[in-house]
Write a protein that binds this ligand. Structure first.
Ligand code: DGY
Length: 327
């Protein structure tokens, strides 16, 4: 029987899987992020930890967790985990790829529609009793069908998002280190450099992981390349965009708008963002459907169980820590 800690309440089926396998499971009962001190204390003496993207798993946590075999992250993104530090400590790290691809891509579309068609602004206006009748100039937004869609990062989620544009007959550009034959075949998409993408797209959607190379990938200079009628969508990680520069662009209307699900200093927002009504700003909920979050929970639990049972976790990020026969 292993001793497993879950850093926050997740959908019950994931927790049930761990319990049903006969393990001793402790779940943080409070629906909040643990402080770093609490996390350091709670990982002590565990065989496995199911953690979240809001937990910072650094070298100090690895040290406190001495003897722990796995950090099973409940997210596809793992920028919250110092994977090399885990590897040095001999701790496996896993994530939850694939199961949230559709939900995240769907959300990027929801943001695109909301900001281009001014849904949130219009909804607020109606609720405030200001709707006095149809008007020819009321809430003019931007066309979507037939426009140019720019995908930055054509991996799993970027590709899924782009493929969903089919019904809108869009011209698709993408920039990525690797070519994406599926997008080229299915949509006639063209791989271009970032500058061309930013200058030519009506919608720019960001789908890159957060790494040192992608921090502030979209800054002042890149925002200035975008058309004044263009919209920026981000469902990846906040620090990929220089949020201060974005607020400035939204305030000065050098771009038409932004749909953001993620923020540079989550949950804090850069000053001025909440006053920008040309931005739609939900609270990092792209994967937040009951079905998707449940699949993430069972996938994270499945990774932990596989390791504890001496099998290769399906979503292992540092296979070098596994015994040679499982790498
Ligand atoms: C992830 O899995 O990385 C998402 O941001 C969680 O919703």
């Amino acid at each position: 029987m292993a001793n497993i800690y879950v850093t926050r309440l997740i959908p019950q089926p994931g927790i049930d899987m761990l319990i049903a396998a006969g393990h001793q499971v402790e779940v943080n009962p409070d629906d909040r992020v643990l402080t770093q001190d609490e996390l350091l204390a709670k990982v002590k003496g565990r065989d496995a930890v199911l953690c979240l993207l809001t937990d910072t798993i650094d070298a100090a946590v690895c040290e406190a967790a001495a003897g722990c075999k796995i950090f099973g992250n409940y997210a596809v993104g793992f920028n919250n985990i110092d994977v090399p530090a885990c590897t040095r400590a001999g701790i496996a790290v896993t994530n939850t790829p694939g199961v949230l691809t559709d939900a995240t891509a769907d959300m990027a579309w929801a943001l695109l529609f909301s900001v281009a068609r001014r849904i949130v602004e219009g909804d607020k206006y109606t609720r405030e009793g200001r709707f006095k009748g149809w008007g020819p100039l009321l809430f003019l937004g931007g066309d979507i069908t037939g426009r140019t869609l720019g995908i930055i990062g054509a991996g799993r989620i970027g590709e899924n998002f782009a493929l969903k544009s089919k019904g809108f007959k869009m011209k698709v550009l993408y920039s990525d280190v690797n070519p994406n034959p599926t997008l080229e075949k299915e949509l006639g998409a063209t791989k271009v450099d970032m500058e061309t993408l930013l200058k030519e797209s009506d919608f720019v959607s960001v789908h890159v992981p957060l790494m040192p190379e992608t921090r502030h990938l979209i800054g002042r200079k890149e925002l200035a390349m975008m058309k004044p009628t263009a919209y920026l969508i981000n469902t990846s990680r906040g620090p990929v965009i220089d949020e201060e520069a974005l607020v400035e662009a939204l305030q000065k209307k050098t771009i038409a708008g932004a749909g953001l699900d993620v923020y540079e200093d989550e949950p804090a927002l850069k000053p001025g963002l909440t006053e920008c009504w040309n931005a739609v700003i939900p609270p990092h909920i792209a994967s937040a459907t009951l079905e998707t979050r449940t699949k993430m929970a069972t996938m994270a639990a499945g990774n932990i169980l596989a390791l504890l049972e001496g099998k290769r976790p399906p979503n292992i990020l540092n296979p070098e820590v596994l015994p040679a026969n499982l790498r």
